[in-house]
Design a protein around this ligand. Structure first.
Ligand code: NAP
Length: 252
């Protein structure tokens, strides 16, 4: 590394689930540092279009694509479209994720399948599809969005915790397989972050979360995007297979 550089000028990034919340903040962070950015979304086409407008205002090129992360063939199409438009892909953030909470005794097969297919199979779909273009590009950085729940477990979230724990094992295996091609893969594991996903929790639960967070507050989406920016950039060029908690100390 010749200099300490967070600049992403000339880099191409794809962020799944970039229409809202953490994914949107990552898209804006990357484009603010010069990257051209593609985002996917499941349903929110108008929110996704707004993100594209904001990225364009920052002077970067952008596109959005409707794509359910659990759809294997669609993942290949999305990667192909990005490479066709910009010629390569440098950064993939597997951010798309959902919760379908319930205690095990009450959890339906459908609740289990939806979460595993979106959060875990989705990561396999995109990480596999991007491997060849990244090999051709002689390198890349993949960031998989985990959760501290995948490290600690949480009552009422066995499906979600399994998906987030599963992606840690997947990421470490992927990192070992593709390190010789200069492709790095890491996990960011957020704690409690203010987004649509968490604003459905009731006040009592939220207060309880804050009490067990040493920094005493919820995190914001920019605090997750900042770590993704580091992992996407050359500043993290010797880090692969790592899990970085961004949780205010919750899982210490
Ligand atoms: P969010 O506000 O609910 O946003 C979710 C994003 O994912 C949206 O862009 C959504 O698209 C997209 N998405 C959902 N299902 C999808 C699917 N099947 N295919 C493609 N895209 C899909 O959630 P968030 O809080 O930003 O969470 C983002 C990631 O961080 C998730 O992986 C989540 O598990 C993780 N995380 C969040 C927290 C937290 O406290 N918020 C903590 C730990 C980890 P639409 O807009 O079209 O629905």
């Amino acid at each position: 590394m010749s200099e300490y550089n967070l600049d992403l000028t000339g880099k191409i990034a794809l962020i799944t689930g970039g229409s809202r919340g953490i994914g949107k903040a990552i898209a804006l962070a990357f484009s603010s540092k010069g990257a051209n950015v593609a985002i996917t979304y499941a349903n929110s086409s108008s929110s996704a279009e707004q993100v594209i407008e904001e990225i364009n205002k920052q002077g970067s090129d952008a596109m959005c694509l409707q794509a359910n992360s659990s759809d294997f063939n669609r993942a290949n199409e999305v990667i192909d479209e990005v490479v066709q438009k910009w010629g390569k892909i440098d950064i993939l953030v597997n951010n798309a994720g959902i919760t379908r909470d319930g205690l095990i005794l009450r959890m339906s097969e459908d609740q289990w399948d939806q979460v595993i297919e979106t959060n875990l199979k989705g990561i396999f779909n995109y990480s596999k599809a991007v491997a060849r273009p990244m090999m051709k590009n002689r390198g890349g950085s993949i960031i998989n969005m985990g959760s501290i729940v995948g490290l600690t477990g949480n009552a009422g979230q066995s499906n979600y915790a399994a998906s987030k724990a599963g992606l840690v094992g997947f990421t470490k295996s992927y990192a070992k397989e593709l390190a010789s091609r200069n492709i790095r893969a890491n996990v960011v594991a957020p704690g409690y972050i203010l987004t649509d996903m968490t604003n459905i929790l009731d006040e009592k639960v939220l207060e309880g979360i804050k009490e067990v967070t040493p920094l005493g507050r919820a995190g914001n989406v920019e605090e997750i995007a900042a770590v993704c920016l580091f992992l996407a950039s050359d500043l993290s060029s010797y880090i692969t297979g790592e899990v970085i908690r961004v949780d205010g100390g919750m899982a210490i």
